[in-house]
Design a protein around this ligand. Sequence first.
Ligand code: 5RP
Length: 222
Amino acid sequence: MTAQDDLKRMAGAKAVEFVPEDEYIGIGTGSTVNYFIQALAASGKTVKGAVSSSNATSAMLEKYGIPEVTLSDVVRVAAYFDGADEVNHSLQMIKGGGGALLREKIVASTADLFVCIADESKYVARLGKFPLPVEVIPHARSLVARQLLKLGGEPQLRVGFTTDSGNEILDVSGLDISRPLTLEDEINQIPGVVENGLFARYTADILILARPGGAEVIKIGV
Ligand code: 5RP
């Protein structure tokens, strides 16, 4: 296990403290979230059910005996737990490194509280070093890529990858993300774009940031 894995595990374990018992929760996707699921199962805390953001997370929920519910079963989730590829000091994020950004954003939009769990390498002053994942309808891939070039980005097809919803991902580097909310909306206006990995509209409320000395809890507006 790498030092970064240790920090991810620490963040995942700390996040269990924020799980509201006997409520519905939402669960994101990725290695940090997998540590969270393991820690939740080991904690003995019970939830009414969990809305999953991906097939991979659904498999983890089944493995660890956490009951899964669908978005059709619930109106809102009390809290949503997810990792990030980058998170800035306003708790805006780039997500989608694991390709689950579409369902992640949908579930996040139904949450009363968004808890982001991350190791310190993800915490940045400015978003954009990590290429922004953009989920596209395969038919429109080249058209969208040309529009992203016009926005100053360099799109790269994620080769051999199909999302759970049957779409493709363009990973876009070089974008100026000084105004995350504006760019999130602008990219989503391009016909053929299904969703992009900027989470500036649905920001985290709480960031659990694991550092070698311990897990820090950073709250905004809570
Ligand atoms: C998946 C995501 C993940 O939260 C993000 O990629 C971080 O993953 P990890 O916890 O494995 O570092 O957005 O779509």
